[in-house]
Design a protein around this ligand. Structure first.
Ligand SMILES: Nc1ncnc2c1ncn2[C@@H]1O[C@H](COP(=O)(O)OP(=O)(O)OP(=O)(O)O)[C@@H](O)[C@H]1O
Length: 194
């Protein structure tokens, strides 16, 4: 279980962004998080994944597998989430267990492995980032507007793969999106972050 309790965050210029936010994500649960632009969804995602520290409150992960990187964030902009000097094979090797079934499921072509990130399209690179996340065998995944650069068919494919994988592996998934229809279709529960 991932428990977020009473989390508050203040921006560097002393403006409070959000206060006393709580939510719980169970293993195998798919939870949607919507809310207007600039309200703080990405900031909350960074706090949950450990990239930012909250002013107050707690993030508790009750681990089933006891792994150190139990919460993984999939970023909105994949080109900002990878080392531009590493070829794709190195990025994937660093992630963890080299599970070829995940690479295949995400349609990552063998020829991509020897390229650098800028030699892939945004959508192709996002598939690599999703594979990297799954290879790390997280217990919880935060997917922050991960398909904004994809056409509707690719978007549906990506979410089908991701939601099937999390259900099969009892991973908790938080999908952050402005697309409330998408969230209603995919999630067990949707929270309006306001
Ligand atoms: N380092 C920073 N310094 C100052 N303000 C920041 C910083 N990072 C984010 N902000 C501000 O915090 C607010 C929340 O940003 P955040 O990216 O979390 O919003 P969001 O809800 O994810 O938005 P969107 O839906 O547009 O992606 C925004 O107004 C943004 O300008």
């Amino acid at each position: 279980m991932l428990k977020i309790e009473g989390v508050s965050y203040t921006l560097p210029d002393d403006v409070p962004l959000f206060q006393n936010f709580s939510m719980t994500v169970n293993n195998g649960e798919i939870l949607g998080l919507s809310g207007k632009s600039g309200i703080g969804k990405t900031t909350l995602a960074k706090i949950i994944a450990g990239y930012l520290r909250a002013d107050h409150g707690q993030i508790n992960v009750q681990q089933m597998k006891g792994k150190s990187h139990s919460v993984q964030l999939i970023w909105q902009h994949p080109e900002q989430a990878v080392n531009p000097k590493w070829r794709i094979d190195k990025t994937l090797e660093e992630a963890g267990v080299p599970d070829q079934s995940i690479i295949k499921k995400l349609n990552i072509l063998p020829e991509w492995l020897y390229r650098y990130p800028k030699q892939l399209s945004g959508g192709e690179l996002q598939r690599v980032c999703i594979a990297r996340c799954l290879l790390a065998q997280p217990e919880f995944i935060i997917a922050d507007e991960i398909t904004t650069m994809l056409d509707p068919i690719s978007q549906a494919e990506i979410f089908k793969i991701l939601t099937e994988h999390v259900q099969q592996n009892k991973i908790g998934l938080v999908i952050i999106s402005h697309d409330t229809v998408l969230l209603d279709n995919l999630c067990h529960k949707v929270i309006d972050f306001k």
